[in-house]
Write a protein that binds this ligand. Structure first.
Ligand code: TPP
Ligand code: MG
Length: 321
């Protein structure tokens, strides 16, 4: 697979946009300005690679809470994200009725996210069935953490997708923890993707810190789905270097040394060095991109801080209609 310079720079910028906005969200939380944040830091290569493997805006996506970088690639604006952080009027996912990062973006074919983990998998399998019945050329992609693959919905969704050879992709973002629970207490196999054989679908393990590798894997899965050759389970191995959410203290279940080790595999640093080595990313471009990402985060926060809260009648309304 070949990647143009432009495409690689675009993916790099997407990773940077997500990281800077995410870091800003942690600061807002520590300043006491927002109540909650759940982070995509460390997962940017997985999510940007997956987004770019799709026909964005055409394919259907059932994401999970950690998908900030994925959502930005699908067209969620930083302002819209920030409105969600502050619970302000105009938030597109649920009119600010759900917690932040419970995505939904109608114009981008992103369906509403529910808090119980793995429910998105059955939704995506249903979307994939609808696509097949209509005979269109879309695919349905869902994302999930490795811990949540212990839920029944995950087995049911994947089995269904395999039995009916649906245009379905499940990207498992394996960051080795489900809050405090390590992978070895969730499953007796080394790879989530090893289970693909039991469903009768293609399973792929990929380096989730390598945006190009994830892009290739998801693009191949989407091509397979569009050919009518059925679903794919893509497992992206990555890491979460920050606490599970702003409500978690990760010092209680892992060492600082372990977290420090991650810095050697930070997906943004890795891709940056690669692009510099290839002569694709120059200092000038890099600085421009940094300023762009920072300005976007500044603008989003200012916009959301100044935005009004929803009217009580709107805030009380249902999430699902
Ligand atoms: C059915 C259900 N059980 C428990 C929870 C609480 N919970 C929210 S996130 C989470 C951990 C999920 O870990 P993983 O699937 O590995 O995803 P990660 O957060 O690591 O990306 C848990 C247990 C929930 N939201 N839904
Ligand atoms: Mg996890």
């Amino acid at each position: 697979m070949e990647w143009t310079k432009e495409l690689q720079l675009e993916m790099y910028l997407q990773m940077l946009r997500s990281r800077r906005l995410d870091e800003r969200s942690w600061v807002l939380h520590r300043q006491g300005k927002i109540a909650f944040h759940i982070s995509a830091i460390g997962h940017e290569a997985t999510q940007v690679g997956a987004a770019y493997g799709l026909r964005r805006g055409h394919d259907w996506v059932a994401p999970y809470y950690r998908d900030l970088a994925l959502m930005l690639c699908l067209g969620l604006t930083p302002r819209e994200f920030a409105l969600g952080l502050f619970g302000k009027s105009g938030e597109p996912s649920s009119l600010a009725r759900q917690m932040p990062s419970h995505w939904g973006l109608k114009r981008a074919n992103v369906i509403s996210t529910s808090s119980p983990v793995a429910t998105q998998v059955s939704h995506a399998a249903g979307l994939a069935l609808a696509i097949k019945l209509r005979g269109d050329d879309r695919v349905a992609l869902t994302t999930i953490g490795e811990g949540s693959t212990s839920q029944g919905e995950w087995y049911e969704g994947l089995n269904w997708a395999a039995v009916h050879r649906l245009p379905f992709i499940c990207v498992v973002q394996n960051n080795t923890y489900a809050i405090s629970v390590p992978q070895k207490l969730q499953m007796a196999v080394p790879n989530v993707a090893d289970r693909a054989a039991a469903f009768g679908m293609t399973g792929v393990v990929v380096d989730g810190n390598d945006v190009l590798a994830v892009h290739r894997a998801v693009k191949e899965a989407a091509d397979r789905a569009r050919r009518g050759d059925g679903p794919t389970l893509v497992e992206a191995k990555t890491y979460r270097p920050v606490p599970h959410s702003s409500d978690d203290d990760d010092r209680s279940y892992r060492t600082r040394e372990e977290v420090e080790e991650w810095k050697k595999r930070d997906p943004i640093s890795l891709f940056k060095s690669y692009l510099e080595m290839q002569g694709i990313l120059t200092n000038t471009i890099s600085e421009e991109m940094e300023s762009h990402a920072m300005a976007e985060a500044d603008d989003a926060v200012k916009f959301a801080e100044e935005a009004p809260y929803p009217d009580v009648e709107v805030a009380k309304g249902p999430v699902y209609a």
